[in-house]
Design a protein around this ligand. Structure first.
Ligand SMILES: *[C@@H]1O[C@H](CO)[C@@H](O)[C@H](O)[C@H]1NC(C)=O
Ligand SMILES: [Cu+2]
Length: 642
């Protein structure tokens, strides 16, 4: 028999843990699936098991333990040597009144590789996700033979193909415009020798979906670009199908500073005189004003949050109206990276916009980051505000998540719940800055268990934990999106300058989370129109589970996911009436409720969602183009000067 080496002993520990988990949690996939994960991802990085003379801790305390201690406690609960408390096991929290859709088990399984690190992702159609990374040493090759930094992942086959970008999309933003084309904006100058990535700071990149798996990224940097350099910009789609582009910095760095700030807005396609518009708000939000969090409001204005402040911006009149600051000194944008969402706009809430932020940090991010620590506990605080007169008067209402988190991704599930997934309990976003980085990561203590927020439950009863833990950490530069069948695609994590195998390594593995509704009897529909007109009725033929009492229809935008921000994501309920099997649905009343462009239509039967169908909301026309604005922009601005 071969001697038991350290690595084989570790494998044995890992395997026995796997076996224990598989027994205890029938919802997990067969172990062959996990073996693949082990080889590729080094699922269990821990070194030895430590003896704890503890009873199983309360959930909040458990969440604060380092991952290896969590694993160890979990294993001991499973093998019976530690008394379980009710929170152990994946179904313990389904007893709360979450409704049918969230009752039962959920699973998390591996689902192939992303080819490039999944720093930015967005759902394209039924079967594809576009992924952008920074130019780095990915194994996936582009046409030129160098490392690719973009890919398209096919959901049904779990395979990727490379995209061929010209410019470096390192920490770019992006959004879909009204004619169904994806626009990626900004990036970084760095040119890695093996990829020949051109300066992407002022880049505009197009991706138009196709059905033959041949479409690629189109760039023409001398004619199609932004006015100025933007690393870490955000976008939001507006009522005319254009996107507004917000903020960013003109050079790389840990955080923004007055000397690197680009506190301006611009539009794609260019608007007005084509020149950027100064924002006092973004200036006031220094230093941590990167990847501002923004949502289109039903009145056509936009909500913007950065650092610890928020506003409503009337972009047509260039008027900034400040909202109450975030309470208790919590910073919400990078490198604090709270999770945020525009809550579903529903008939029940009369389509009143309500904004939610969860997590972030109270660390002083204006300090030299070498003074900050990866052990500093993130914030547990959620802040919620309705953006009507009464809501703004009340201000941000706070409540705590079950555990601290930064770099969480808040996703609207088709049920209307908010899933907060990914992130860490300690430290800050980014890499290579804090005095005690873990490997290169500025953050430590990954939170692998997603938490669910029920926006319509009473305060104090909104959170539940009815989900398995992810298999690997999802830290800085990780992403997540809901896909058409209702599952959640989770990928990325790369708190490193370049591809790295050290803790916390560059992660290429995809995991798919199936919430409980995936295994229930679900409604379905046919007859979705290719185009959904504003205030125009259309009829679906629906099939709903026996005994269904309420059928609802929704439009969703799953947004552009990067750095915990989900640009333009939203969910809007449509007016719908059921007669027999015919559901008459009326398109959104206004472009402020859902701006023109790609949307995802689904129905819910007593809260259980159907699969969704891609539709074009509006007429699919290209957003307005002002040639004089473009000419003036090209003449008077420099984009990325060499
Ligand atoms: C959408 O509009 C943009 C900007 O005008 C244009 O470059 C792109 O080709 C259009 N896409 C489609 C599918 O028409
Ligand atoms: Cu980044």
């Amino acid at each position: 028999m071969a001697p038991v080496t350290r690595s084989s002993r570790l494998t044995l520990v890992a395997l026995s843990l796997l076996a224990a988990r598989t027994l205890a949690t029938p919802s997990l996939p067969p172990s062959t699936d996990l073996f693949d994960t082990l080889g590729d991802e080094g699922l269990f990085d821990f070194e030895t098991s430590v003896d704890y003379d503890l009873a199983a801790p309360e959930p909040a305390d458990y969440d604060l333990l380092p991952p290896e201690q969590q694993d160890d406690i979990f294993a001991r609960v499973v093998d019976g040597s530690l008394a379980a408390r009710s929170w152990h096991g994946y179904e313990a929290h389904s007893k709360r009144a979450l409704g049918k859709a969230m009752t039962g088990a959920s699973t998390m399984v591996t689902a192939g590789q992303t080819g490039v690190a999944a720093m930015q992702i967005t759902l394209v159609d039924d079967d594809h996700i576009v992924i952008y990374d920074k130019a780095e040493d990915n194994a996936l090759k582009s046409k030129s033979g160098g490392s690719a930094w973009g890919s398209v992942y096919t959901i049904s086959t779990q395979k990727v193909r490379a995209l061929n970008l010209k410019t470096n999309s390192f920490c770019a933003g992006g959004g879909w415009i009204g004619n169904g084309t994806l626009v990626s904006v900004g990036g970084n100058p760095r040119q890695d020798s093996n990829e020949n990535a051109a300066d992407g700071l002022a880049a505009v990149r197009f991706f138009t979906p196709c059905t033959n798996d041949k479409c690629d990224v189109y760039e023409n940097p001398s004619r199609i670009r932004m006015t100025s350099q933007r690393w870490y910009p955000s976008t939001v789609r507006l009522q005319d199908g254009s996107i507004m582009i917000l903020g960013g910095m003109i050079a790389g760095g840990f955080n923004n500073a007055p000397s690197t700030d680009n506190p301006t807005f611009e539009w794609f396609p260019p608007k007005f005189d084509g020149l950027p518009v100064y924002s006092k708000f973004l200036h006031d939000a220094l230093n941590s004003n990167l990847f501002p969090i923004t949502y289109l409001l039903p009145n056509g204005q936009i909500f913007v949050a950065a650092n610890q402040i928020a506003m409503v911006y009337d972009w047509k009149k260039n008027i900034e109206r400040r909202l109450p600051d975030f309470p208790n000194g919590v910073t919400v944008t990078y490198p604090a990276s709270a999770a945020s969402v525009l809550l579903p706009l529903t008939i029940a809430n009369n389509w009143t916009p309500e904004i939610l932020f969860c997590g972030g940090t109270t660390a002083n991010l204006n300090l030299n980051p070498a003074k900050l620590s990866s052990s500093y506990l993130a914030s547990k605080q959620c802040s919620r505000m309705a953006l009507n007169t009464a809501g703004i008067k009340k201000g941000w209402i706070t409540e705590d998540m079950p555990s601290p988190r930064l770099m969480g991704d808040a996703l609207l599930l088709p049920t209307g719940h908010v899933l907060i997934i990914n992130g860490a309990m300690r430290g800050i976003a980014g890499y290579g800055n804090v005095k005690d980085a873990v490997g290169a990561s500025n953050a430590a203590s990954p939170v692998k268990r997603p938490v669910l927020y029920d926006p319509v439950a009473a305060k104090g009863k909104r959170f539940s934990y009815n989900f398995p833990e992810g298999r690997v950490e999802r830290l800085y530069h990780s992403t997540a999106t809901v896909i058409p069948d209702g599952r959640v695609f989770v990928a990325g994590s790369n708190p490193n300058d370049r591809v790295s195998q050290k803790t916390y390594r560059t992660r290429y593995g995809v995991e798919m989370l199936s919430p409980p509704y995936m295994s229930l009897a679900r409604p379905s529909f046919s007859g979705a129109p290719a185009k959904v007109g504003y205030n125009k009725a259309f009829t679906l033929t629906v099939s709903v589970p026996k005994g269904t009492k309420a059928v609802q229809a929704f439009l969703m935008d799953h947004g552009y996911s990067t750095h915990g921000v989900h640009m333009s994501s939203r969910m809007v309920e449509l007016v719908a009436t059921l007669k027999g099997t015919k559901l008459t649905v009326t398109g959104p009343k206004t472009t402020g409720l859902f701006p023109p462009g790609t949307g995802w239509l689904h129905i819910n039967a007593d809260g259980v969602p159907s699969v969704s169908t891609k539709v074009m909301v509006g007429d699919g026309a290209s957003p307005p183009v002002s040639q004089s604005a473009i000419n003036n922009m090209l003449k008077k601005t420099k984009g990325s000067p060499k």
